[in-house]
Design a protein around this ligand. Structure first.
Ligand SMILES: O=C(O)CCC(=O)C(=O)O
Length: 304
């Protein structure tokens, strides 16, 4: 079932990599959202990148973390700002992700917040799969040093307003086909959205492939939004190299074709998602109902 009955105008903001000043990062997001609305006034949905308000560093996530409380600019300035911006511009805002602290447990999560055009929080996703990898002579990263994983698959239904019903994941989550399939097949999402920040080692290897395969397997749109790439050789307050995101934010259609793609600099992308493309590819290549769950019973997720 495809609930995307109209076209949706969507913009992705490939924001400059976050500085150590949280309020400067929020102000940057605010001004780029305003610029997007000026340049692309038909925009109904805006997507921001992973950790857009904080440096991407396991040593710093806790310092930048805020609780998810509404209407409290002091306690949760990023949450407040995202809500205000969604309301001001009357958009569905997929607010990248921010480090979240759960006050009752002291646990820190990498969390994506979604606000509707009334500025209401309509969904949130805690990164389900933490980015713990070790590629010799490539990159070592261990989010689990400070972050805890979320425990649920997130599908957000904004079909009444924008037409979008989307599976929401954060970066490394895109490597796992099961939640994407669950959102698309069981919950009938028409789009998968991943605020992300791949790097210069795994980006060239897998970024485009992953976006295309998630779209192709599920015959839905896939949207990846990254920060722009930081200059080479910068170090942070600990003397550690500043994380260099891959860039290349993009939108892939349900056929697996890239519709728009950014380079490595700060950039705004805009495109239209068209629900009829989902219907036509599903008719032409009907893998949705050709599945043989009678043969691979154990991986059955839902009947067509
Ligand atoms: O999966 C990858 O290669 C990169 C993932 C990542 O950078 C992240 O989850 O933040």
């Amino acid at each position: 079932m495809n609930v995307l009955k109209k076209t949706v105008n969507i913009s992705l903001i490939q924001l400059a990599g976050s500085t150590p000043d949280k309020f400067a990062n929020l102000a940057r997001a605010e001004s780029l959202i305003a610029k997007t609305m000026e340049q692309y006034p038909k925009t109904e949905v805006i997507v921001l990148p992973e950790c857009f308000n904080s440096p991407y560093s396991v040593k710093l996530f806790r310092k930048y973390a805020e609780p998810i409380v509404l209407n409290d600019a002091k306690k949760a300035p990023s949450v407040f700002k995202l809500s205000q911006l969604a309301l001001k511009h009357k958009i569905l805002l997929i607010g990248g992700s921010i480090p979240e602290i759960e006050e009752t447990t002291g646990k820190v999560y990498n969390t994506s917040l979604v606000f509707n055009s009334a500025g209401e929080l309509v969904g949130q996703h805690r990164k389900l799969h933490l980015f713990d990898i070790d590629i010799p002579n490539g990159i070592t990263f261990k989010e689990s040093v400070t972050l805890s994983p979320g425990n649920k698959i997130t599908t957000i239904d904004n079909s009444e307003q924008s037409g979008l019903k989307f599976g929401l994941g954060i970066c490394y989550d895109m490597r796992f086909p099961e939640p994407a399939m669950y959102s698309s097949r069981v919950e009938h999402a028409n789009c998968l959205i991943y605020p992300s920040a791949f790097n210069t080692v795994t980006g060239p290897l897998h970024w485009h492939l992953l976006a295309k395969v998630r779209s192709m397997d599920n015959q839905v749109y896939t949207i990846l939004c990254s920060p722009s790439r930081a200059a080479e050789g910068l170090t942070d307050e600990f003397g550690d190299p500043v994380y260099r995101a891959y860039g290349h934010s993009l939108v892939v259609n349900p056929k697996g074709e890239i519709l728009v793609e950014a380079g490595e600099e700060e950039e705004i992308l805009n495109c239209e998602l068209d629900g009829s493309v989902i219907d036509s590819i599903r008719q032409a290549i009907p893998i949705g109902f050709q599945r043989r769950f009678d043969v691979y019973e154990q991986v059955k997720l839902a009947d067509e």
